[in-house]
Design a protein around this ligand. Structure first.
Ligand SMILES: [Mg+2]
Length: 306
């Protein structure tokens, strides 16, 4: 069966600017066998060209910019399809600004149709401008729902979801979130994969490390999902979700041999299953009285906005 792969990047191919062991061989196997694939990322800051360079520095060369589909491209596709000729005030970086420009979506700082929030640093002046535009009637869009994104073992940075939440709070308007797990991201990615493959693959598989975005979006789009253990999800946490991945792999390296031979693995599944599965973590306060404790910090929101 001809399979095409949608592949998340952070936590699947690299993590904290280091290549995940076996990821380069996995990508090489895809390229050598001509199997269609598309890198799918919720990071709207880089352009596809930037991502080509990033992978090259990590040791994966010659990946064409057309092999990447970012939430910025998804947002530009969405606006040009649903509202041709619209104008926007964009809060974001090169990846978002370039994507909007390529779709001929004009910038308007006075009375735009949309405020579009992407990944990246934003000054209070720009947030104030966005707030005023929304008060004048602009609708609020975000490229992706991530409240925070990992940048190191113990370090995160604020994501587009958090910036959009600021404007939701100040204006009372709700944002619409593109990127994974939004079905429009998977719909357009699938279409792009079909174009790259010169005809539809018979089955599409999403490979990702995050349950709320990669696995949820794939499940809702009706495609197979492979969860890897090299990113943000622990095996114990998988049980807490109602949408199970089709397969759980230790890493993308588990797939390399399968891709080269064209034969599904004769293992029952990844060696990851030899690890004991821990108890499902409980959600919420342990005791009913805990909320009275004034020193209890406010709960941090989930990684993505639901
Ligand atoms: Mg990821």
């Amino acid at each position: 069966m001809k399979t095409g792969y949608l592949i998340d990047m952070d936590g699947v191919i690299y993590r904290e600017n280091r290549l995940i062991p076996g990821a380069a061989e996995f990508v090489t196997a895809l390229v050598d066998t001509g199997i269609p694939f598309l890198f799918l990322t919720n990071n709207s800051a880089p352009t596809p060209e930037d991502l080509t360079v990033r992978l090259k520095h990590l040791g994966i060369a010659n990946i064409a910019p057309r092999s990447f589909y970012t939430s910025a491209l998804n947002t530009a596709d969405f606006l040009s399809e649903t509202h041709p000729g619209c104008t926007v005030l964009a809060l974001g970086e090169g990846g978002l600004l370039t994507a909007l420009h390529q779709r001929n979506i004009a910038s308007d700082a006075l009375k735009p149709d949309y405020v579009v929030v992407g990944e990246g640093m934003v000054a209070m002046e720009k947030l104030t401008k966005a707030h005023e535009c929304i008060e004048r009637g602009a609708r609020l869009l975000a490229t992706n729902p991530d409240n925070w994104c990992p940048v190191g073992p113990d370090q995160t940075r604020p994501g587009a979801g958090a910036t959009a939440a600021f404007l939701e709070a100040s204006t009372g308007q709700r944002a619409y979130y593109l990127g994974k797990p939004n079905g429009y991201m998977f719909h357009r990615a699938r279409r792009k994969l079909t174009e790259l493959a010169h005809g539809g693959p018979e089955q599409v598989v999403m490979i990702g490390d995050t349950m709320e975005t990669d696995i949820r979006g794939a499940t809702e789009a009706g495609i197979n999902s492979f969860l890897v253990m090299t990113g943000s999800t622990t095996l114990a946490a998988v049980r807490g979700y109602v949408y199970p991945p089709t397969r759980i792999l230790h890493s993308v390296a588990d797939l390399t041999e399968e891709i080269k031979t064209g034969q599904p693995s004769d293992r029952l599944d990844s060696p990851v299953f030899t690890q004991p599965i821990g108890e499902r973590g409980r959600i919420g306060q342990q005791h009913q009285t805990d909320y009275l404790h004034v020193a209890t910090p406010r709960l941090r929101p989930a990684m993505t906005r639901g």
